[in-house]
Design a protein around this ligand. Structure first.
Ligand code: BTN
Length: 269
């Protein structure tokens, strides 16, 4: 990855497919077959779109399914920061595309959900692979954005931009997104500029003190949002007031009742 961004906002660096299993999968296959990137792979529909934690990302035509293949000299431990970079870029791309008619705020939820109010409108899946004989890693940053429709999702509220008065085609959305990704990857600069990304992410996230539930390896933890540490880990204060950090986990907003929620239900979003 060049320190001045990916340069992949040029449509010559876009691979458009009518249908694919997963744009993340295709981007990684291209990398394994020698494609150097940076390039965007985007598809009209996905037959096996991948969400976080092995979930399916339902992918009918009309929404954006796009994956950026690129590489960086940064240590692979920094790969998670790219979720935050992509979240900031996605919010800025939507803002540049136009205003939302509703008063609901466009915002981020750690690590990589894009929300309108409390409803999910987009998700990000970062997958990386170490480079042979070279430092750094190859990374695929996959972004799904509900533009025209809201596929049914289990366990949490969802929406699409059209429902908020913003009509965009996938190609138009990718024009905005690729430019913002270029700009924010340039700011990130292999991790050296993460402080600015972190600050931007916090400006676009929910308020400090927001009630959250985190499901990670140690089981569900209820608490309040405190912030992000210097590397991008989530910090919450648990019910006893102890600060806890998470580098992985599914987070739900506990101020918002979840669709069909019962005590016994799977805690994942
Ligand atoms: C999430 O679970 O919130 C992440 C969803 C990521 C979906 C996008 S759609 C484009 C890219 N290709 C995939 O298979 N997944 C990502």
């Amino acid at each position: 990855m060049s320190p001045t961004g990916t340069g992949a906002s040029d449509p010559d660096r876009w691979v458009h497919l009518a249908e694919i299993d997963s744009t993340n999968g295709e981007a990684m296959r291209l990398a394994l077959s020698g494609a150097a990137g940076p390039l965007w792979v985007f598809a009209d529909k996905q037959t096996s779109g991948r969400g976080r934690s092995g979930r399916l990302w339902v992918s009918p035509p009309g929404n954006l399914y796009a994956s950026l293949l690129t590489s960086t000299d940064a240590p692979v431990a920094k790969a998670g920061q790219l979720s935050l970079v992509a979240g900031v870029a996605t919010i800025d791309a939507i803002r540049k595309a136009g205003p939302l008619a509703s008063g609901d705020r466009l915002r981020l939820k750690w690590p990589n959900d894009v929300l309108v109010g409390a409803a999910k409108v987009g998700g990000i899946l970062v997958e990386s692979s170490l480079r042979a004989h070279e430092k750094g890693f190859v990374v695929v940053i996959g972004i799904g954005l509900n533009l025209a429709s809201t596929p049914l999702e289990l366990g949490h509220a969802a929406t699409c931009l059209a429902a908020h008065g913003l009509a965009l085609s996938p190609r138009e959305a990718l024009c905005f997104l690729s430019q913002e990704m270029d700009a924010w990857l340039k700011t990130w600069n292999g991790g050296d500029g993460f402080a600015a990304v972190r600050e931007a992410w916090l400006e676009r996230a929910g308020p400090v003190g927001e009630p959250l539930r985190v499901l990670a390896n140690k089981g569900p933890v209820e608490g309040r949002f405190v912030g992000l540490d210097a590397e991008g880990a989530l910090m919450i204060a648990d019910r006893e007031g102890r600060e806890q950090q998470f580098t992985y986990g599914d987070v739900s907003l506990t101020s918002v009742p979840r669709i069909g929620e019962t005590q016994e239900e799977d805690e994942r979003l």
